[in-house]
Design a protein. Structure first.
Length: 208
């Protein structure tokens, strides 16, 4: 991965790449690329003679909500008339963001995956990343799915619209703060937990 990063940085001046380590048994490290140069880096990965990553097998989204990080810092306080350094715990809010993860393979050279990440500025108005459909044609429908379920806006996508939810749907079901609607009146195949919720819905309606 380090070699790929170095070669991509040399081929795309100004590109900002960062290797994201994976400590799991799979050890599949990934490479985060800045949005400004993502398209050029993608083209390099596809066209480079030693890589030829011509197939994006999986393009998916990840939601990273806002988090609160607790830190212990030293502060000076006057204790019984004497200035001392004491530990104080402070909370720092870490803004959330959305990610798009691409698993890329070379069908020609029979290797991979190389995992590429794009990251939004935030989970609200800054929820944009560039579409890589022009690099990997198979990303088109998968980017639409990430748009539909996570609310990621893919700039320059050729046909960005919902693919699973209906057009009037207002939320993003795969976000971690998604609140499931309490309305099962028209659930056609209610079973297990859904059956209980549907029964509760009918009982509330019966009470008026």
């Amino acid at each position: 991965m380090e070699q790929i990063k170095s070669r991509a940085e040399a081929a795309v001046p100004g590109a900002r790449l960062e290797i994201i380590s994976n400590a799991s048994p799979s050890g599949q490290h990934s490479m985060l690329v800045d949005n400004e140069h993502a398209l050029a880096v993608g083209k390099f990965l596809r066209d480079d003679s030693l890589l030829r990553l011509d197939y994006a097998s999986n393009v998916t989204g990840v939601d990273w909500p806002d988090t609160v990080v607790k830190k212990t810092v030293k502060v000076k306080q006057v204790v019984e008339g004497v200035e001392k350094e004491v530990d104080q715990v402070i909370e720092e809010k870490k803004p959330g963001y959305l990610e798009v993860v691409h698993h890329c393979y070379s069908m020609v050279l029979k290797h991979g995956p190389v995992i590429l990440r794009l990251r939004t500025a935030d989970r609200a108005q800054g929820n944009h990343v560039p579409s890589l459909t022009s690099v990997w044609r198979g990303a088109e429908l998968q980017e639409r799915e990430a748009f539909d379920l996570y609310g990621i806006i893919f700039n320059w996508h050729p046909d960005l619209r919902r693919i699973l939810m209906w057009d009037e749907f207002k939320d993003f079901p795969m976000r971690k703060d998604y609140v499931e609607p309490d309305d099962y009146e028209y659930e056609p195949t209610a079973h297990a937990d859904v059956l209980e919720k549907a029964a509760g819905q009918r009982a509330r309606e019966a009470k008026g």
